[in-house]
Design a protein. Structure first.
Length: 796
């Protein structure tokens, strides 16, 4: 098929012609929306007069000297914001109170960009904007608002300042503003945007808004633009060459309402990088790109340099070059990290982690002996909870007194943490059958008891005490030998509650210093069994232990907890370079006190696509990671909950880390095991809709009773598109009230235990785009948890 005519559309945008190339694609557009008329809050102040602003309602403020001014561009220039030319003079942001921002004229929009911050101090908070269209329809956009700072930790942010003003004094936690972008369905021109209603806490502040307008002339075929071409730190060995992944995102800027064969890419198009020194070793392939959609593809290259430029070049299925992008700055593959933020901030999650989607988290330690918490507390916090406060109104204190008596202290549980039935082969076999692609084992929780050989840093570990075994080594070595495709991760708590050595660094719920006996019996200060004399907690314990996990135990995921005082810059450089020297790629979460590869919402998910990688973790128990014998197993997450949570997260660009709590003997109790296996049985036949998929740019379908549509999630691969319905289709039909990238000639099959069904009949209503797939009741009845339909693109 010949496409060239299609690209003549862009003649009006030509910035230049490269010899031998076809059309130069227009730069991805972005237009700042004027917001000044809605400004109602002053967020920034200067050192001389910090009281002149009140961002958070408590007298807090950003320091204006760290904020960019004027026209400001983010993410490879793809979102442009109009910031104040000088902060600290006037009001500078919109504190959301249900205001309505009218566009100067109704405009078809492809993507909407926000520069914002929440003014709370904790986890992200749902914040809903409403888009109002000319055809009187509306659409809600869930911006999961990150707060301007998060205690003892760091958020990934667009703008990072080193501190903020408080009413009196300065708070030295890093303080941020964030960028987030959302697709817009573009069935009709956008007329106005309604801000979230007023809130009393975690209020939403918007500093900038911008739109990427659609291209409305559909007469010449797809309106392509390269949204970004990002030289990543991911790589792959290709024919003995270490090739760097360049993530290219291609947009079709036509409005969704124009979707047809003629306005879409429907045949294999290859994507290459061409530029100063850059050689494409393996091209990316885009088989399908419909209006209002974006496709992401990895192109593998060598030879990128620090100061070069390269263009994205697209060939059609005949091999003819049909389009070329404007230039993007190149950046070489980092092969040697240095312990500084410039170098380390480039690092990102490896491809294997992005493809894996599903991991098992294991909270196992001395707390598995009492294995108890009142409803809505974490059982692994037993040692801390016992003392909060130590009196008869505290259920943990009462439980301890009644069960063990006042003379049993926490360290007395160590000998009963026996691991006597621990069988590493059985565990990794279970994780594999559960469909997990990685695991993360707690190697030391806040109680300071390590499950590995901590050498001369401390003898408070399972090698010297309790089981007298190196449990981390057993599990990681067994996984390496028996399930080489299962990736191995380690959780590590940076602080310890009661380590005397941590006292000088203590903060919040991690004060350090010996625990006071909860029952005022002797000894009044409890021992810290196994402690060795060291000079400095960070230098002599935390840092060497982390290095050991990286270098001796070869962990692939460093899953830190809590953040706080750390030596993680040095750690990360060693961790990444050690892995690189062995030809492995590894990753680190957002709780190591420094630059993260991914965010980790806890017992929470994001309700919308987050382009930056993230991973949700939660226990199978409704509120505990460690085993809690007070929880009735009927309350555990079952197959339905696990699968629907996983698919929902994957459809929004996240991974799911589902936690189990083994017993002190090292057994995974039957109800936990069974629920894992239930989920595994579904993944066994429908895993193609989960593993190694990408999110679909326009997002999910939420239930709409009027339209008789089921909640559904969507995932993509280069050759397929998946629809996963969360309620059993009834009446022999599945109805999806969204314009999907499904075109005449595609096959749609239903994924079921005995293998994919024969192609099903289906049709799309040309006006509304609604898809109806016909599926016999007998087929859907034979499947539990979720109903996966896989569209195979016809590749002409
Ligand atoms: C971070 O904020 C908390 C709570 O206000 C405060 O206790 C702590 O000292 C701050 N950390 C730093 C490094 O200033
Ligand atoms: C698509 O293009 C073909 C060939 O140019 C043309 O015959 C057909 O009418 C077009 N269809 C639509 C829906 O524009
Ligand atoms: C327990 O301690 C808390 C905090 O000191 C106090 O408010 C509460 O009254 C005490 N309750 C009992 C039953 O002693
Ligand atoms: C450990 O588990 C494996 C796999 O389930 C099993 O084959 C083996 O017999 C078990 N070993 C022991 C000592 O029970
Ligand atoms: C622990 O041993 C290492 C290597 O043998 C040594 O470099 C380090 O100083 C020792 N640390 C302490 C606290 O004794
Ligand atoms: C981690 O350590 C770095 C370097 O010492 C420090 O700047 C950072 O604030 C620490 N992180 C936290 C969350 O305390
Ligand atoms: C656990 O839940 C089941 C089902 O709701 C119930 O029948 C059973 O009595 C509960 N068990 C306990 C110990 O609460
Ligand atoms: C699974 O758990 C969900 C949520 O608790 C519940 O609504 C559903 O009925 C359970 N499914 C089965 C088969 O027990």
């Amino acid at each position: 098929m010949a496409i060239p005519a299609v690209f003549l559309l862009f003649s009006g945008f030509f910035t230049r012609f490269l010899p031998g190339y076809a059309a130069v694609l227009p730069k991805y557009p972005s237009q700042a929306l004027p917001l000044t008329s809605l400004f109602n809050n002053k967020a920034a102040a200067s050192v001389g007069n910090p009281g002149s602003a009140n961002f958070d309602g408590a007298g807090g403020a950003y320091d204006s000297q760290f904020l960019p001014t004027g026209s400001w561009e983010y993410d490879g220039l793809t979102s442009q914001f109009a910031l104040p030319s000088s902060w600290d003079e006037n009001e500078d942001n919109v504190l959301a109170q249900g205001q309505v921002l009218r566009l100067q004229e109704p405009t078809f929009v492809h993507e909407l960009h926000f520069l914002y911050a929440g003014d709370g101090t904790g986890a992200p908070v749902e914040s809903v904007f409403t888009l109002n269209f000319a055809d009187k329809s509306s659409q809600q956009v869930d911006l999961y608002a990150k707060n301007w700072w998060v205690w003892a930790n760091i958020n990934r942010a667009a703008i990072i300042t080193p501190y903020h003003f408080e009413k009196t004094g300065i708070n030295l936690n890093k303080t941020n503003m964030f960028e987030w972008s959302s697709s817009v369905p573009s069935e009709s021109p956008l007329e106005s945007i309604t801000f979230p209603p007023a809130a009393t806490s975690n209020r939403m502040h918007v500093f900038g808004l911008s739109i990427t307008p659609s291209t409305t002339d559909a007469s010449n075929g797809p309106a392509l633009s390269v949204r970004r071409a990002r030289f990543t730190t991911r790589w792959q060995d290709i024919n003995g060459v270490r090739a760097q992944a360049v993530e290219v995102t291609l947009a079709n800027l036509l409005p969704g309402s124009t979707l047809s064969q003629n306005t879409s890419i429907t045949t294999p198009h290859t994507v290459e990088l061409v530029g100063s020194g850059v050689q494409t070793v393996s091209a990316g392939v885009i088989n399908r790109l419909v209006p209002a959609d974006q496709a992401r593809v990895d192109v593998f290259v060598t030879g990128a340099t620090t100061n070069g430029n390269a263009v994205v070049q697209i060939r059609d299925s005949t091999g003819e070059i049909v389009a070329t992008s404007e230039e993007f700055p190149t950046s070489p593959l980092v092969e040697n990290y240095t312990p500084d933020t410039d170098s380390l901030s480039m690092h990102e999650t490896p491809s294997w982690w992005n493809a894996a989607k599903y991991g098992i988290f294991i909270h196992w330690g001395v707390y598995s002996t009492p294995a108890w918490a009142p409803p809505s507390e974490y059982a692994e916090w037993y040692d801390w909870d016992l003392r909060q406060p130590p009196n008869a109104s505290n259920p943990t204190w009462v439980h301890h007194l009644e069960t063990y008596g006042e003379h049993v202290i926490y360290d007395d549980f160590i000998p009963d943490f026996t691991a006597s039935k621990f069988n590493a082969s059985a565990w990794v076999d279970l994780f594999d059958r559960a469909g997990a692609k990685y695991f993360v084992l707690v190697t030391k929780h806040h109680d300071g008891f390590a499950l590995f050989d901590t050498g001369n840093t401390t003898h408070r570990n399972s090698v010297q005490l309790g089981p007298k075994r190196d449990l981390v080594s057993e599990l990681l070595q067994t996984a390496k030998a028996e399930k080489p495709d299962l990736h191995r991760g380690t959780y590590y708590s940076l602080p310890e509650w009661f380590s005397p050595d941590f006292a000088k660094y203590g903060f919040g719920s991690w004060p350090g210093g010996l625990a006071h006996n909860a029952f005022n019996v002797s000894p009044a200060l409890e021992p810290y069994t196994g402690r060795l004399d060291i000079d400095d907690y960070i230098e002599d314990l935390q840092f060497p232990q982390m290095i050991d996990l990286a270098v001796t135990y070869d962990t692939e995921i460093m899953w830190c907890d809590i953040g706080g005082p750390n030596k993680s810059l040095d750690f990360a450089a060693t961790f990444y370079n050690h892995a690189m020297s062995q030809g492995r790629q590894v990753t680190m979460n957002d709780r190591c006190g420094i630059l993260p590869d991914f965010d980790t919402p806890e017992y929470a998910t994001f309700g919308s696509i987050q382009p930056a990688k993230w991973e949700s973790s939660e226990g199978m128990d409704p509120f505990s990671y460690g085993l809690n014998t007070a929880t009735n197993a009927s309350e555990y997450k079952n197959g339905t909950t696990i699968i629907q949570t996983l698919v929902d997260i994957v459809s929004k660009n996240g991974n799911y880390l589902l936690d189990i709590g083994p017993t002190a003997e090292g057994e995974i109790i039957a109800p936990m095991m069974n629920n894992l296996l239930d989920a595994g049985s579904w993944l066994n036949f429908a895993g193609d809709c989960v593993y190694d998929t990408g999110y679909w740019f326009p997002g999910s379908q939420d239930p709409n009773p009027q339209a008789n549509t089921a909640p559904a999630r969507f995932t993509t691969t280069p050759t397929t598109f998946c629809i996963v319905a969360f309620t059993q289709p009834i009446g022999g039909k599945l109805t999806i009230n969204k314009r999907l990238p499904v075109l005449t000639g595609d096959d749609i099959v239903f994924l079921r235990p005995q293998g994919p069904s024969a192609p099903l009949t289906w049709n799309v209503d040309e006006n509304s785009g609604t898809l109806v797939i016909n599926i016999p009741e007998s087929e859907v009845m034979a499947v539990d948890y979720a109903w996966a339909f896989q569209v195979h693109y016809k590749l002409n």
